[in-house]
Design a protein around this ligand. Structure first.
Ligand SMILES: [Zn+2]
Length: 302
């Protein structure tokens, strides 16, 4: 069994909206015909007990529960999928094979600020877990790591990290929980909406259940989020139809719709509005898929 990591980063807006796109499993030869899918219908999630340092008391836990509740409400209408809140965890690890902890963690420090260059974790990509730090891109708001079988696409474990660490330019994403007023750029405080936890979590749970980014800015699974984005708190109809179609009540999960996938890819290529970097890169953990939500940058005036 070979080891692959899939990094999907999409940028730029788009004109032709896709309803949904399922995450492809990677095999030895690249993207396979399989989609990353849960075979069980009861998925337990556990929040790291440290929570977020910047949010008041229990607000971050409530926001994440609300995001799961949104998915549960959708599931109740069409599926027997259940999201179950497990006990909080004190030493949560990301991407650890078959532990099925499905943890949610706020990374408050960037690994480059806390890990010595000589640390052994630098060579095997384990710094995030050993030093509890963010070891991914500065512009990434949050990231979901799913561990799955390359033979079947079946998910064993899916973990969500929030990037609260310091960027190279000294700024951080401020994660907030209130719905108004929107923060002004560069003036983020806990008393306005900056990077909304529920908004971010609802998007990441979409990855957890097996959905990839789509080329539209109105979807829950849009690849980018501007400051004060709340739109992703609501699951859009396309993503909802994808979920209900994938996990029908009383029936096994539905395999990928190959034609729909192909059509989506061709549409994206023809319009030229979808930037997708889908490479098998390095070895981070066995069979992991990393799907990220990035900051929507302002376009430079030209
Ligand atoms: Zn994403």
């Amino acid at each position: 069994m070979s080891k692959w990591a899939l990094l999907v980063v999409m940028v730029a807006g788009a004109t032709s909206a896709q309803p949904y796109l399922r995450t492809r499993a990677l095999s030895n030869s690249g993207a396979s015909d399989l989609c990353v899918t849960w075979s069980v219908r009861k998925v337990t999630y556990r929040m790291d007990s440290a929570g977020s340092a910047k949010t008041p008391v229990e607000a971050e836990f409530t926001a994440i529960d609300n995001a799961f509740a949104t998915w549960q409400t959708l599931a109740r209408g069409c599926s027997d999928f259940e999201f179950i809140r497990g006990p909080r965890i004190t030493d949560a690890k990301v991407g650890r094979g078959t532990d099925q902890d499905n943890v949610i963690i706020f990374r408050e420090e960037n690994c480059r600020d806390v890990v010595p260059l000589t640390d052994a974790c630098q060579s095997d990509g384990s710094c995030g877990n050993t030093h509890k730090c963010w070891e991914h891109g500065d512009s990434t708001i949050a990231l979901t790591t799913s561990t799955y079988s390359t033979r079947t696409g079946v998910v064993f474990d899916s973990d969500i990290e929030f990037n609260a660490g310091k960027s190279l330019d000294g700024t951080r994403f401020l994660f907030t929980t209130i719905s108004s007023p929107p923060c002004a750029e560069g003036m983020e405080t806990p008393f306005c909406t900056a990077y909304d936890i529920q908004n971010t979590a609802t998007h990441e749970i979409g990855h957890l259940v097996g959905f990839d980014h789509v080329n539209g800015t109105t979807s829950t699974m849009a690849p980018t989020a501007p400051l004060a984005d709340l739109q992703k708190r609501v699951i859009d109809p396309g993503t909802a139809s994808g979920f209900c179609g994938t996990y029908p009540k009383g029936k096994p999960p539905v395999p990928c719709d190959e034609l729909a996938q192909l059509k989506n890819r061709i549409t994206a290529r023809n319009t030229g509005t979808l930037g997708c970097s889908c490479d098998g890169v390095g070895v981070l953990w066995p069979w992991v898929s990393l799907v990220v939500l990035v900051r929507r940058r302002r376009r430079a005036a030209r």
